[in-house]
Unconditional design. Structure first.
Length: 128
C-alpha cells in the first residue's frame, strides 16, 4: 500500500455493500489495512436499512452492481438523495452491463481490482 493512500484514508468511514461475503471481506480487509473504519452490508436492502440511522454517515460507499433485491444503482440513488456528499464507488465484475448507471458513481472499478489500485483510487476520490 502506498503511504499517500494510507494517510488520506486514515480514519475515513467506508461502507462496503456486496452480496458476496468473500469479496466484501477482502475489500474490507484491504481498506482496514489502509486505515479506514469499514462496515460491511451484505446487500442492497441492508445498506438501505441503515440510511435512516444517524450513525450511518460514511465518507465513501463501495458498492457492487448486481445484487438481489436492490442493486447497486438503487443503493447509489438512495445515498445520493439523502447524503449527496458521500463518495460513491462502483466495484463490479460487469462494468459493461453497468454502463447505463455509471453516472450515479464518482468512480467505477472492475473486479478483480488490485488492492493498491483500490486504495489509490479511493485516496484520489477523497482528494478531489
Amino acid at each position: 500500500m502506498s503511504p499517500r493512500g494510507e494517510t488520506i484514508l486514515s480514519a475515513r468511514r467506508v461502507r462496503v455493500v456486496d452480496d458476496n461475503p468473500q469479496v466484501a471481506r477482502l475489500v474490507a480487509m484491504v481498506l482496514t489495512d489502509a486505515g479506514c473504519s469499514v462496515t460491511v452490508c451484505d446487500g442492497g436492502p441492508a445498506a438501505l436499512a441503515l440510511l435512516g440511522e444517524e450513525a450511518a454517515v460514511w465518507d465513501i460507499a463501495v458498492i457492487d452492481y448486481e445484487m438481489p433485491g436492490v442493486g447497486g444503482d438503487g443503493v447509489a440513488a438512495a445515498i445520493r438523495a439523502g447524503r449527496p456528499r458521500t463518495g460513491l464507488v462502483l466495484l463490479t465484475g460487469a462494468p459493461d452491463r453497468a454502463a447505463p448507471v455509471h453516472h450515479l458513481f464518482d468512480l467505477v472499478l472492475a473486479k478483480p481490482v488490485r488492492p493498491e489500485r483500490l486504495v489509490e483510487a479511493l485516496a484520489t476520490l477523497l482528494e478531489d
